[in-house]
Design a protein around this ligand. Structure first.
Ligand code: ADP
Length: 163
């Protein structure tokens, strides 16, 4: 059984994340969404809220792709989380060149820590490529329309939290 781990903060989950999850789900039998606790980042949504949003959004994707998709909170080293969930591959999304530098280093170091776990990069379709949770939150905070970036349920959660 091929197991993939897609780690991130998902604060909150966006259409960019969902695009990557859909593509990732087609490559593995079980997709674990690793939800980083990330207390330092001061997330807008707490861990339980982020996990609940991911589970709600991934239900249809799971039915459509036939791949089991589960959310798994983690606070330890990414490579240890991958081992814990039995993942052979780590999936990451690539947006602009800015993501590349960081990801390049991560792959290099993770490979030293465990050479048996491969990292695979996926790109979202053009209209989802620029989406970042950080900017979505900023737009919502300033009263802008985020309906092109997140699902209606996540949009409502953002409005409720920020206004
Ligand atoms: P963000 O940077 O939006 O807060 P996360 O830390 O939750 O996102 O990112 C988790 C993973 O999803 C990372 O690999 C990140 O590059 C990827 N990702 C996030 N948004 C997109 C997008 N719009 N297109 C492709 N990959 C994305």
């Amino acid at each position: 059984m091929r197991i993939g781990l897609y780690p991130g903060t998902f604060d909150p989950i966006t259409l960019g994340h969902l695009d990557i999850i859909r593509r990732g789900a087609m490559l593995v039998d079980r997709l674990v969404i690793g939800v980083a606790i990330n207390r330092d980042k001061g997330p807008l949504f707490n861990l339980e809220e982020r996990v609940a949003m991911i589970e709600a959004e991934c239900k249809t994707l799971s039915d459509e792709t036939g791949t089991e998709i589960v959310a798994h909170p983690f606070e330890n080293l990414l490579i240890d989380c991958a081992r814990d969930v039995g993942a052979q591959v780590i999936l990451r999304g690539l947006r602009a060149v800015a993501d590349f530098e960081y990801e390049y280093q991560m792959v290099g170091m993770n490979r030293v820590l465990d050479s048996s776990i491969e990292t695979v990069f996926l790109m979202a379709e053009a209209k989802h490529q620029a989406i970042a949770s950080k900017l979505v939150k900023e737009i919502a905070r300033l009263g802008g329309d985020v309906s092109k970036f997140v699902t209606p349920e996540v949009e409502n959660a953002l409005i409720k939290r920020l206004r």
